[in-house]
Ligand binder design. Sequence first.
Ligand code: ZN
Length: 52
Amino acid sequence: MFLEKLKCAKCKREIGENENITITTNRKKLKGITNLNSWAKTQKVLCENCSK
Ligand SMILES: [Zn+2]
C-alpha cells in the first residue's frame, strides 16, 4: 500500500490512506526510481494540512 506508515515531515502525524500528500523532492532524484513506495519514505512528505 502506497501510503503505509508515511509520516508528515512537519507535524509528525501518520498520514492516512485516503489523504493527499505532497512530496518535496528534486526532479533529478526521480531518475531511475523503480520502487515508488520505498522511495517516498525517504523523501520529505507533507500531509494535506501542512502543504497548504
Ligand atoms: Zn502535517
